[in-house]
Design a protein around this ligand. Structure first.
Ligand SMILES: *Cc1c(COP(=O)(O)O)cnc(C)c1O
Length: 382
């Protein structure tokens, strides 16, 4: 069909001019049959690669058997997935939803309910400068970026913005604070690793007043940074963690995971989602977790992520961990992304005028890394 000139889809995305029809692993094909190398992974979603046969099989089997019964009833895939996520991380309970923003909404609600029911009456939420937590009104209120918030004011009350320093977060957390929300590595603003001492200060401040520490691992989770969850490579453990993006291997699912003491905070009637915990998306997620284990994708994200980072250093300063990387360049990053797509059939992303972001499937190896680096050289990136 080619990219439509007058699309009936709303103009809230600046799409690049290609229509894709098929994917496999790190490869995509457009509607003319041309093959592309994908270093975007559907925005950190296809960590196991496009159309992984085990994910496809799990989805096909589940949709043919039972797709949905509502949360008035139980299904096996949702219960199995909750058990898996709990066991692999914070060991409390899990709430399922359909996206990252919804997972953060649930975290905000749980934190406020926890404070309310423990008699603290603390309402406020501390977030960090340059954070991104999603586009719904609560998640947007937690996303202190003028350009993203201004048209939609008034936002939710009670958000405080910390600088990325230990002193700032320590000063902002007082008796009125219900939670601190942080991406351990900020994704959308350009792959900024939050320093360990800032995370430690957030943990200590939360413990001091009885607030909950929430890690938004929507982008960093599911092996992306070289551990199943990014918090494992930091000195702190959160009370709540939100997941989405790569969890469903391309199907929409989000999750809020709690530490043991907070699994019972939300009571019947407090919160819900019609599609949350849908049997098909949960079956997909179970397959994703199994593939990550079986194929050693966490080790690959760490080892080959280090190879990619070392290679990217020839173009500029590199930030990130595992296969969540960015390089700061002199040239026009959005223009380079467009040229990489059109001239080299390499799919990249720019998070700013001079920032290229790299989020390849965690399955890539030396050959794909070399191809990407050589394309960047040919494009004259510097
Ligand atoms: C993408 C993202 C979100 C929002 O997820 P959606 O599924 O688009 O709602 C929230 N937090 C972080 C860190 C993200 O990267």
């Amino acid at each position: 069909m080619g990219a439509p000139e007058h699309s009936k889809q709303m103009g809230n995305y600046a799409r690049l001019p290609v229509v894709f029809v098929r994917g496999e692993g790190w490869r995509l094909w457009d509607d003319e049959g041309l093959e592309y190398l994908d270093f975007l992974s559907g925005l950190a979603v296809l960590n196991v690669g496009h159309s992984h046969p085990k994910v496809v099989e799990a989805v096909q089997r589940q949709v043919a058997e039972l797709s949905h019964v509502s949360n008035l009833l139980w299904t096996e895939p949702a219960e199995q997935l909750a058990t898996e996520l709990s066991r692999r991380s914070l060991e409390g309970c899990v709430f399922f939803c359909n996206s990252g923003a919804e997972a953060n909404e649930a975290a905000i609600k749980l934190a406020r309910a926890h404070s309310f029911r423990s008699g603290r009456q603390a309402k406020d939420i501390v977030v960090f400068e340059q954070a991104f937590h999603g586009r719904t009104m609560g998640a947007l209120s937690a996303t202190p970026q003028e350009g993203k918030q201004a048209p939609f004011a008034p936002l939710l009350a009670g958000f405080r913005v910390a600088e990325k320093t230990a002193a700032s977060v320590d000063a902002l957390v007082d008796d009125h604070v219900a939670a601190v929300i942080v991406e351990p590595i900020q994704g959308e603003s350009g792959v900024h690793v939050i320093p360990d001492d800032v995370l430690e200060a957030a943990r200590a401040a939360c413990d001091r007043v009885g607030a909950l520490l929430v890690f938004d691992e929507v982008q960093t989770g599911i092996g992306r940074t070289g551990s199943m969850f990014a918090y494992e490579q930091t000195p702190v453990k959160p009370d709540l963690m939100t997941l989405a993006k790569a969890l469903g291997g391309g199907l929409p699912i989000g999750a809020l995971v709690t530490a043991e003491p907070y699994g019972g905070v939300l009571q019947p009637g407090d919160h819900g989602s019609t599609f949350g915990g849908n049997a098909v998306t949960c079956a997909a997620a179970l397959a994703v977790l199994a593939v990550i284990d079986e194929q050693g994708l966490i080790e690959n994200a760490r080892d080959n992520g280090a190879v990619l980072a070392a290679g990217l250093a020839e173009f500029g300063a590199v930030r990130g961990r595992g296969m969540m990387l960015a390089v700061e360049i002199e040239g026009d990053a959005p223009q380079l992304v467009r040229r990489a797509l059109v001239e080299h059939r390499l799919i990249l992303n720019a998070t700013g005028p001079h920032t290229l972001r790299f989020l390849p499937p965690l399955t890539i190896g030396a050959e794909q890394i070399e191809r990407c680096l050589s394309d960047l050289r040919t494009l004259g990136v510097s």
